[in-house]
Design a protein around this ligand. Sequence first.
Ligand code: TRP
Length: 334
Amino acid sequence: MSEEIITKKRVFSAIQPSGMLTLGNYLGALKNWKAMTEEFECIYAVADLHAITVRQEPSAFRKQLYNTCAVLLAIGLDPKDVTLFVQSHVAEHSQLSWLLSCYTQFGELSRMTQFKDKSAKHADNVNLGLFGYPTLMAADILLYQPDFVPVGADQKQHLELTRDVATRFNHIYGDVFKIPEPYIPKVGARVMSLQEPTAKMSKSDANVNAWVAILDKPEDIMRKFKKAVTDSENKICVGEGRDGINNLIGIYSAITGKTADEVAAEFENKGYGDFKTAVGEAVVEELRPVRESFDTFIADKKQLEDIYHEGAEKAEYYARRTVSKVMKKIGFVR
Ligand code: TRP
């Protein structure tokens, strides 16, 4: 009898700590993080080092870290089969970031659109960390030699840079890094603002009706969907330039698993009022167990800390191996 060894492909991803993760984070990334655990070996980090590229208020920052960890557990990530940790707890992230920064060109980083956007937005604090942000992200990824990295559209350019830097390093020193592929999720959606549906849903939007937090109360979610901007066609189907309706259909599809055509058929003889209520209710029911489970996890800090400490220990094992290989190749003395 032949024995088959099944090795799962590996996935790495990270999310910045924010106490206000949105429906966009959930449908665009986190729901998929959970789905991927069935097929892959998953390593997920809370990217706290990335967060300080813009100024953070210490007590709010601390609180957001705990909240983000609790949300990750609340969406159903099980620390028994997923490695969950906090980026700053594994010192190799900072270490590899420095090493890789010496293989990343000034010109490459200058072309990053996120850097251009953020440096315009935070013109009084265009710091070196903001500039080098993609190198830290490359380090995050390459430490774990993953096959796939699920990233949203806004992070694609950073993953491309990661691949370029890894390829350059491999050309000089031989095969050190696995070149990671972007992963396009089977589930999920790019969720747009409910008030200005040509822009991405963002928690920094001053208009609170424009975005839904994962932890929003049901009545707030319903209010926001009822106020969602649509158009005057009163026809529920996807169409060019129909950003508001397209967004609502996308959200409903991502939650129910129905295709856009199926959604159009379901609401053929209904108006926008009914549709908005249905989307709101679907979101409420999807997020209800997450919010309830969040309340349990956030109430037990000790348990949260135990979980992420254990995750960091597992992550460190991979991270150390990669850094020591990289340093040896460059010529550092051990
Ligand atoms: N920069 C990512 C974001 O803001 C978060 C992140 C940090 C990340 N390191 C990563 C994502 C590594 C994927 C892989 O969304």
